[in-house]
Unconditional design. Structure first.
Length: 158
């Protein structure tokens, strides 16, 4: 019997991820997903799973470095929202919590660091994003484009 079963925690798992909205004026940096097996052909911001023992902030810094080659001081990350979401398929691994951060300050010139996972990198106007955008990211970016503040926590798919 596993540790989770002994502790009664086998019923619920959450997969955490960190997202970084790099802003340059009214533009955001977008990647075109490719060869990942998830939302390939969709535009997305730099993002990835939080690793064991890593904070969401540290994951955001790491993902920006790994995906677009920039260094971000954690103090320069502004929390946008956290999204608790599900695809509603009943699979426990489908429960997600996404931490969205924004910044307009970094070191280095953004460039495509993982051409095996992204086919393009572009600065896009928030009010004229490329299509299609990963749906849950489009929701957050749309609120930023409208100038609407987002609640600290939002839910999707429940």
């Amino acid at each position: 019997m596993g540790v989770f079963r002994v502790l009664g925690m086998d019923r619920f798992r959450v997969v955490p991820a960190a997202y970084v909205v790099l802003r340059r004026g009214d533009e955001v940096l977008m990647l075109l997903r490719a060869n990942t097996g998830y939302m390939d052909g969709f535009w997305a911001v730099p993002a990835g799973h939080v690793e064991r023992g890593e904070s969401a902030v540290a994951a955001a810094v790491r993902e920006a470095r790994e995906e677009v080659g920039v260094e971000i001081d954690p103090a320069d990350l502004y929390p946008v929202t956290a999204m608790h979401r599900t695809g509603g398929n009943g699979d426990p691994i489908d429960e997600r919590i996404d931490f969205f951060f924004s910044t307009s300050k970094w070191t280095g010139e953004p460039r495509l660091m993982e051409p095996d996972k992204a086919a393009a990198l572009e600065w896009c106007s928030l009010d004229k994003l490329p299509e299609p955008v990963v749906p849950h990211e489009a929701r957050v970016l749309g609120a930023l484009a409208d100038g609407d503040g987002l609640p600290a926590v939002i839910v999707q798919g429940f």
